[in-house]
Design a protein around this ligand. Sequence first.
Ligand code: ADP
Length: 397
Amino acid sequence: MKVLVVNAGSSSIKYQVVDMTDESVLAVGLVDRVGIPGTTLEHKPIGKDKVLIKKDLPDHTAGMKLVLEVLVNEEYGCIKSMDEIGAVGHRVVHGGEEFAESVVIDDRVKKVIKDCFDIAPLHNPPNMMGIEACQELMPNVKHVAVFDTAFHQTMEPSNFLYALPYEVYEKFRVRRYGFHGTSHFYVSHRAADMLGKPFDQCKIITLHLGNGASMAAIKDGKVIDTTMGFTPLEGLVMGTRSGDIDPAIVFFLMEKLGLSTAEANNYFNKKSGMLGLSGVSNDLRDILEAAASGNQRAQIALDVYYNRVKGYIGNYMAKLNGCDCLVFTAGVGENAIDIRENICKDLDYLGIKMDVEKNKVRGKEVDVAAADSKIKIFVIPTNEELVIARDTYRLSK
Ligand code: ADP
C-alpha cells in the first residue's frame, strides 16, 4: 500500500508518496503560490528528473487535483492509478488539548480542528483546506490527521500553565502547547535506538533548529517540557521570531511604533529573531558568513542565539535531573557544524563534551560526543513525513 502525505499551508501544498512495503519515498513535490498568480508545481519522482509545471490554480482543490494528475502521469508519475493510494496523511498544526495522538479524520475531528482556528489562525485553516480538497478528490480512502502538538500533550500543568489568571486557561485555552512534535517524536525515538535503551527509560533533550526552532525535554518516553508555547513564537531565537522576551516590550513598542495588534504580531513573528538582530538575513548561513567577515551585529546575533539554546539545555537538565543525550536536528541542527560546536562549548560541567572533529558532518545520523563525554551528542536528520506515513498506514488498516 502507498500513502500520500500532505502538508497544506496557506499558499502551498507539500506532498510525498511513500510505499509502506519498504517505507521508500516514490515522489516528493511542492505546489507553490496556490491562489496567487504564478502558481508552480515542482514534482520530483525519485530516480527520475524533476518536473516543473506552471499553471495558475485558484485554490487548494485545484492544486490537489493537479498533484493527483501528476502522480499518475505516464511519463513522470510514480503510480499507475490512484487506487494504489490506500490512505492520506495530513499534517495538522494544532490539535488543542483534544489529541495526544494521530486520528482518522471524521466530522468530530474536523470540528476540533476548526475549533482551533481561533488559537492557530495561520495554520489550521490552510490545513483544513488541504483535508477538504483531498476528501473531495479521494472520498473512498481514509484520511488521517497527524498533529504538531500531539507529542507534547504529556506535559503537566506545572510546565504548560502560564502564571496568568486561571480563567484565561479555562475560557480561552491559553496555555503552552508546543509544536514540531512530529519531529521531536521521530528524532527522540531514533536517539533511544542509538542509545540502545528502551524509549521509556531515556532522558533526552531534542533541539529542532530550523528556520523555526524548538527544544523538548523528554523523560521516560514523555515530553515534560518544550520551548514553544501558546504559539510558535515562544522560546528560542528563530529566523524571524523573537522567542522569549519581556511581554511588556509588546505594549511598549505598540505605542512607540504605533502598531496595531496584527502589525505587532507580524513584527515579533516576521521581523525579529536573527533577521531583526543581525540586519543581515534570517538564514543562518548568511549570518555565519557575515560574522566571519567581521560583521559585529551578525556575531552578536549568533551569540544571543547560542546563549538562548544553552540556557534551555541547563533548564532541561535541571527538570530532567540529568540526561542521556542531546539531539540536533532540522536545517541548522543537521548541517551547521559551527553552530553545534558553539552551543556545546563550555558545557563540560554538565557532562557535555563534543568531539569537534567528529562534529564535522552534515545530514547524517552520528554521535559527535567526545569519548569521555557523560552525555551523548547525536545529529539525527528528522523525517516528519515518515512519521505521518507510518501513523496513517497504522490507522488505515
Ligand atoms: P523550516 O522547516 O523551519 O523552514 P529547515 O529545518 O529546513 O527550516 O531549516 C532551514 C534553515 O536551515 C535555513 O534557514 C538555514 O538557516 C539553515 N541551514 C541550512 N543549512 C545550513 C548550514 N549549512 N549552516 C547553517 N544553517 C543552515
